[in-house]
Design a protein around this ligand. Structure first.
Ligand code: X2X
Length: 335
C-alpha cells in the first residue's frame, strides 16, 4: 500500500474502493429511471424510495431504479417529454397536466366534483380510474392501477383573502399547465397564468403571480408559506398523480418483473395516501404557526359561479357523454 500523506488524502486518492471490494458488485439487469416534481420530504418521494428498495430486494438486485425527485430533471412538461422518448422510465404526473397529451385524464379535476376522499378513491380505484387508464394506454403510456394522492386544493394569496367569487376577479393566479385549470379560473373571472411547479416559488416571490392553489401539505413542504399570506379553504378540486411508465421500456421487462414493480408501486401509493391523511390532520396548525392566515371560502358560491359561467356544460361537451356519465355515476349530477 502506498504511503499516504495529507495531500493525497485531501485529493481523494484512489484508495478505498478496490481495497474494500474484492470483486465487482453484480450490476443490475435492468437500470431504470423514475422522476417526480415532489419535494424530498413529501410522502410521494419517501414512498417511492421505499418501493424502489422493495423492488430491488424482491428481484434479487436485478432491478435498480434511480429516483430523481423535486424536478431535478426539469419541469413537468420536460419530464413528460422525457418519459415519452424513453429518457426516463417512470414518472408521476397530475392527471390534469397529463391531459395535454391525454385529454380525458383531467376529468377528476372538474370543479367541486368530489366531496371527500371516500368518493375520490371509490371513483379512481373504480370505473373512472379504469376509464382514464384505458385512455392513457391508447396514447402509448402505461398507468399503474393505484393513483397517488396530491389532495384537495386550496387557494393561497399574497395580496388579499379570497372568500367570495368576486375576490377572484382579475386575481393573478398561477395554475399548472393544463387546459382544465386555465378554463376553470377563467370561468371564475380570475387571470390564470400557466406555470410549471418548478417555477412556482419564484413566480410568487417576484409577484408574477399573486397567488396559486395547491393542497395544504404541498403548501407546507414546498415552503410556499414563505411567499404567501392567506390560505383560502375552497377545496375546489381533487388532484392526484398517475404513476406512468414508458410503454416500450415497461413492456420490454420480463412479466414477473413487471408484476413485482406494479405490486410494489401500488403498495406504496396506498401508503402515500394514508400518509397524506395523517399530515392533513396537523398541517393547518403548522401553516398557522408559520404565519399564514386561514380564510373560510363560500364554496357553494364558487360552484354556482362556475355553473353560471357554463363551465360544467362546456366540459361535459369536451369530455363527451361516456366519460361524463361515468363521472356522474360516481359523484352525482354536476350540471
Ligand atoms: O403543479 C402543481 O401545482 C402540483 C405540484 O400540485 C401538481 O403537480 C399538479
Amino acid at each position: 500500500m502506498p504511503m499516504l500523506n495529507r495531500r493525497t488524502l485531501l485529493a481523494g486518492a484512489a484508495l478505498p474502493m478496490f481495497a474494500i471490494r474484492t470483486r465487482p458488485a453484480r450490476a443490475a439487469d435492468f437500470s431504470l429511471k423514475m422522476a417526480n416534481n415532489a419535494p424530498m420530504s413529501h410522502p410521494q418521494t419517501i414512498r417511492q424510495l421505499e418501493a424502489i428498495a422493495r423492488i430491488k430486494k424482491a428481484t434479487g438486485g436485478r432491478v435498480d431504479i434511480q429516483l430523481f425527485p423535486n424536478n431535478q430533471l426539469g419541469s413537468d412538461t420536460d419530464m413528460l417529454s422525457q418519459l415519452r422518448s424513453g429518457a426516463i422510465d417512470f414518472f408521476t404526473l397530475s392527471g390534469l397536466i397529463l391531459a395535454t397529451l391525454v385529454p380525458p385524464a383531467s376529468i377528476n379535476g372538474v370543479g367541486f366534483a368530489f366531496k371527500d376522499y371516500n368518493e375520490v378513491w371509490k371513483a379512481m380505484d373504480g370505473k373512472l380510474g379504469a376509464y382514464v387508464r384505458g385512455e392513457i394506454d391508447k396514447r402509448g403510456l402505461v398507468a399503474m392501477d393505484k393513483m397517488w394522492d396530491n389532495g384537495f386544493r386550496q387557494i393561497t394569496s399574497s395580496t388579499h383573502p379570497i372568500k367570495e367569487p368576486a375576490d377572484l376577479h382579475g386575481f393573478k393566479i398561477r395554475v399548472p399547465v393544463s387546459p382544465l385549470w386555465t378554463s376553470m379560473f377563467q370561468a371564475l373571472q380570475a387571470s390564470p397564468i400557466s406555470i410549471n411547479f418548478s417555477e412556482v416559488y419564484s413566480a410568487l416571490q417576484t409577484k408574477i403571480a399573486e397567488g396559486q392553489e395547491n393542497p395544504l401539505t404541498l403548501i407546507e413542504l414546498a415552503k410556499l408559506y414563505e411567499v404567501q399570506k392567506y390560505v383560502c379553504l375552497t377545496d375546489h378540486m381533487w388532484d392526484g398523480f398517475w404513476m406512468l411508465a414508458n410503454k416500450r421500456s415497461y413492456s420490454g421487462l420480463p412479466p414477473d418483473i413487471q408484476e413485482t414493480i406494479a405490486k410494489e408501486l401500488n403498495h406504496s401509493a396506498l401508503d402515500e395516501r394514508a400518509d397524506l391523511v395523517k399530515l392533513n390532520g396537523s398541517v393547518a396548525e403548522t401553516l398557522k404557526a408559520k404565519g399564514l392566515t386561514f380564510v373560510e371560502a363560500d364554496k357553494p358560491a364558487f360552484r354556482d359561479a362556475l355553473k353560471k359561467a357554463g363551465f360544467y356544460a362546456e366540459w361535459k361537451k369536451k369530455f363527451g357523454d361516456q366519460a361524463w356519465g361515468i363521472l356522474e355515476s360516481e359523484v352525482g349530477t354536476l350540471s
